[in-house]
Write a protein that binds this ligand. Sequence first.
Ligand code: SF4
Length: 321
Amino acid sequence: MSEKLIEVKNLKKYFNTPKGLLHAVDDVSFDINKGETLGVVGESGCGKSTTGRAILRLLEATGGEVLFQGENILKYDKSRLRDLRREMQIIFQDPFASLNPRMTVSEIIGEPLAIHKMVNSKEGQSKIVKELMDTVGLSERLVNTYPHELDGGRRQRIGIARALSLNPKFIVCDEPVSALDVSIQAQVLNLMQDLQKDLGLTYMFITHDLSVVKHISNHIAVMYLGTLVEKASSKELFKNPIHPYTQALLSAIPVPSIKHKKERVILKGEITSPINPAPGCRFAKRCPYAKDDCFKVSPELKEVVKDHFVACHYYKEINNM
Ligand code: SF4
């Protein structure tokens, strides 16, 4: 049986704004098995990045639990949190913005080793940096270059090498290929998959693009306005999407064959405000199947087929189940 590395239980993150309380993440629960990838998908502003940052404690959660290897890390004090930082890392979307332009490749990759006192000499650090560069496919001759001298793919490889430098178990990958050209996206995704196999890494892979996570994810969680609306294995979700929002997302993926082409679902209607949201389904204003009670009662995430969870009052009718 698969071993759980991460268990997120009823995670909440609210922000105070001049207009009221913004519910960025509301009661989100999921597990990630050791050595596997959970793809977290949704439009910009759905709370997927906030969820990732709250798990890593880069943002403090408003409520809920995050268990890492069985321990609730939201209760960790500063010193335990410092040790935890080695185990849990992040790769950002825009490698150019996340890398210090005044530091060389070697300094960027070596910085976490120095901060966490993982090496006791310059020579030791330089040796590990070169090994990491080799692991992510960066030529050693680039060791003294600066981020602006490199293309997007190489910059993202620096971000990956830096994330790997402390030998983590878990990495939040926050849209790591969205800023890259399609051909370079494939190279970086392949590299990440190879590293996962070789190093036994566990990923939470955040993206707005379902097609990107299809092959890299074991499971996929779909988020809409701070809530989880559907969760299943990647294979099952692509074969049998049940929630109307997931169906709309999937219909937007280009299919090469005309035979298998599905009609694209264009979502209309205004987006519900995440500030002091009223009870009810947050997707109701855009859902073509919404009925009166969808605006009054929030649907719970329920297992509707084995290991396939959906939050919708009318999933049976919509899918002729
Ligand atoms: Fe649509 Fe209602 Fe289901 Fe929400 S609960 S997805 S509004 S049918």
